[in-house]
Design a binder for this molecule. Structure first.
Ligand SMILES: NC(=O)c1ccc[n+]([C@@H]2O[C@H](COP(=O)([O-])OP(=O)(O)OC[C@H]3O[C@@H](n4cnc5c(N)ncnc54)[C@H](O)[C@@H]3O)[C@@H](O)[C@H]2O)c1
Length: 282
């Protein structure tokens, strides 16, 4: 029988968990029994989910509550942490507070990411390039360096890194994003290799186009292009990613490590190139 609460007694540190995919992952982990540190550069900047959700799977007042409040409503301990993952000192301070108040993280979800920089290479500012790489890729180095050695000492840990299908098939004008997300795949394998014999797994998820504020800010033609090419013919939902992250974070996934798993409605594996279409697999 499948354990409905496989994360009971575990502490999860989820970056970028104030909204979007990170919020959905934090809530799925809490639902499964974990205590959750909600680590975000703007932990209190929460936009009501109803403003961007395309399909309502959660209804009721919780939609307008910050992530920490919803985690607490699930009966779990939660901690709101103001963290800039691009800053090693900020990450170290947050991890220390998490260890003191919730316990040391058993699960690290590296979800914080930005796309603030869509431009042809010749027009891309060097500082914009650096910031995107620093948040999307160096941020994962900072968190792994800070919390994973202690997981290995305790003999159990899970690292889930959020990459993107853009790592494999970059969108036009996203060189820094594509490079940073491709770097995540190599870094994930390195973490898996270094810590595998000490009970720590590390895997990467490659989301397709998921209905979050980040995607709403994309140019509409780019968004429509990806939507029409997905085999299932719809945008993904944050929960689509959260359920995969939950599995990878669970004890059941102990033999999955170093993997790069698309969760993209078929965008990378079964794209409907040239078909257009408006199907919905539900
Ligand atoms: N939405 C998609 O279609 C999609 C597709 C592929 C990959 N992704 C990846 O999934 C992750 C989450 O995306 P989303 O769509 O939920 O984005 P989002 O913008 O809705 O949420 C990202 C969260 O990360 C936080 N954040 C940003 N910079 C940070 C920093 N320096 N330190 C700590 N927190 C920071 C933001 O405050 C925000 O709460 C990102 O890594 C993104 O690249 C998203």
């Amino acid at each position: 029988m499948v354990d409905p609460q496989p994360m009971t007694g575990r502490v999860a540190f989820v970056t970028g968990a104030a909204r979007g995919i990170g919020r959905a992952i934090a809530l799925a982990l809490a639902e499964a029994g974990a205590d959750v540190a909600v680590a975000d550069v703007h932990p209190a900047r929460f936009e009501g989910e109803r403003y961007y959700r395309l399909r309502q799977r959660v209804s009721g007042p919780e939609e307008d509550e910050p992530t920490v409040a919803v985690v607490a409503a699930r009966g779990r301990r939660s901690l709101e942490q103001s963290v800039d993952v691009a800053d090693l000192g900020s990450v170290e301070a947050a991890a220390a507070r998490c260890a003191a108040e919730l316990g040391p993280p058993d699960v690290l979800v590296n979800n914080a990411g930005i796309v603030n920089n869509i431009a042809p290479i010749a027009h891309m500012g060097a500082e914009d390039w650096d910031r995107e790489v620093r948040v999307n890729l160096s941020g994962m180095f900072h968190t792994v360096r800070t919390v994973v050695p202690a997981m290995a000492e305790r003999g159990w840990g899970r690292v889930v890194n959020i990459s993107s299908v853009a790592a494999l098939t970059p969108g036009l004008g996203q060189p820094a994003y594509a490079a940073s997300k491709a770097g995540v795949l190599g870094f994930t394998r390195a973490v898996a290799q270094e810590f595998g014999t000490r009970g720590v797994t590390a895997n990467a998820i490659l989301p397709g186009l998921i209905a979050t504020p980040l995607v709403r800010s994309m140019p509409a033609p780019l968004r429509d292009h990806y939507t029409s090419r997905a085999a299932v013919g719809r945008l993904g939902e944050p929960e689509d990613i959260a359920q995969l992250a939950l599995f990878l974070a669970s004890p059941a996934a102990g033999y999955v490590t170093g993997a790069a798993i698309p969760c993209d409605g078929g965008l990378s594996g079964a794209a409907r190139e040239g078909l257009g279409g408006d199907g919905d697999a539900g």
